[in-house]
Design a protein around this ligand. Structure first.
Ligand code: ADP
Length: 257
């Protein structure tokens, strides 16, 4: 019962692949009607089609979360049928970030803040009035292992995710009074597209420094996301739940080996 999302509409951003996709499917398995967003409209639609094939309700919407107008249009379409968004999972993310001295770093800072901070803010702004009106809602933000200790060699990503953690903690204080809980899931290194590009040496170092000796499966992370959106976590607010297998920091200066 505690994982029953019947009659609830859940918006998951960046849900075309990886952890967002796993979460969208898990919400649907537990009765939710799911709005599957991704920048890549094709993967958003294919995830939604997979969910519909399993008998649940889902709509796929291609939109860039960092674009206010696109987010407004997406939420309007999504709420036309179902009314309020009950759960928002801000999961859209970008992995491209290099060392500070990299000549590209200006653009990279902008991109990371645009997607992780402003993208999440845009979505929260569009759904929060409905949540306030009905007196409840859940917001879950995907932060990162990078918020435990900065990982280094990727300051733009570190800053993007730290800012999202700050937003989580601050909004939890204010919105908690409206019945809206705001929490974060901090995935460790997961088996997704983002980590595919790591060199063998880096991959080995991550595994050596992980007590469980493996990368996270997207489902490991999705379980925590669903928990934080469910009544099973009704007294959890402003919390960042690490799903990293107890990962010990790695020598980040070797990340570009
Ligand atoms: P992970 O699962 O490790 O977070 P992925 O790269 O597999 O990483 O998933 C992140 C998803 O977020 C991708 O499907 C990507 O297309 C999506 N995404 C990235 N930028 C945006 C954006 N601006 N708006 C919506 N979705 C985005």
């Amino acid at each position: 019962m505690e994982y029953d999302f019947t009659d609830q509409t859940v918006l998951v951003t960046g849900a075309g692949r990886g952890m967002g996709k796993a979460a969208a499917k898990k919400f649907a398995e537990n009765g939710a009607s799911v709005v599957v967003n991704d920048l890549d409209a094709e993967v958003a639609e294919s995830t939604a089609a997979e969910i519909r094939a399993s008998g649940a309700d889902a709509v796929g919407i291609g939109a860039d979360v960092s674009d206010e107008a696109e987010v407004a249009a997406m939420v309007e379409t999504a709420t036309d049928e179902s009314g309020t968004i009950d759960v928002l999972l801000n999961n859209a993310g970008v992995g491209d970030a290099g060392p500070f001295l990299d000549e590209q770093y200006d653009d990279t800072f902008q991109l990371n803040l645009d997607v992780h901070l402003h993208g999440s803010l845009n979505c929260i702004r569009e759904v929060v009035d409905g949540m306030v009106e009905q007196g409840y809602g859940k917001i879950v933000n995907t932060t990162s292992i990078h918020t435990k200790n900065a990982v280094g060699m990727s300051p733009a990503y570190d800053v993007g995710k730290f800012s999202l953690l700050g937003l989580t903690k601050s909004l939890a204080l204010e919105l908690g009074r409206e019945g809206i809980r705001v929490n974060a899931v901090a995935p460790g290194w997961a088996d997704t597209r983002m980590t595919d590009e790591f060199s063998d040496a880096v991959t080995q170092q991550i595994l050596d420094n992980n007590p469980l000796g493996r990368f996270a499966d997207p489902e490991d992370v999705a379980n925590a996301m669903v928990f934080l959106a469910s009544p099973a976590s009704d007294y959890v607010n402003g919390h960042e739940l690490r799903v990293d297998g107890g990962q010990v920091p790695i020598d980040s200066w070797r990340l570009d080996d």
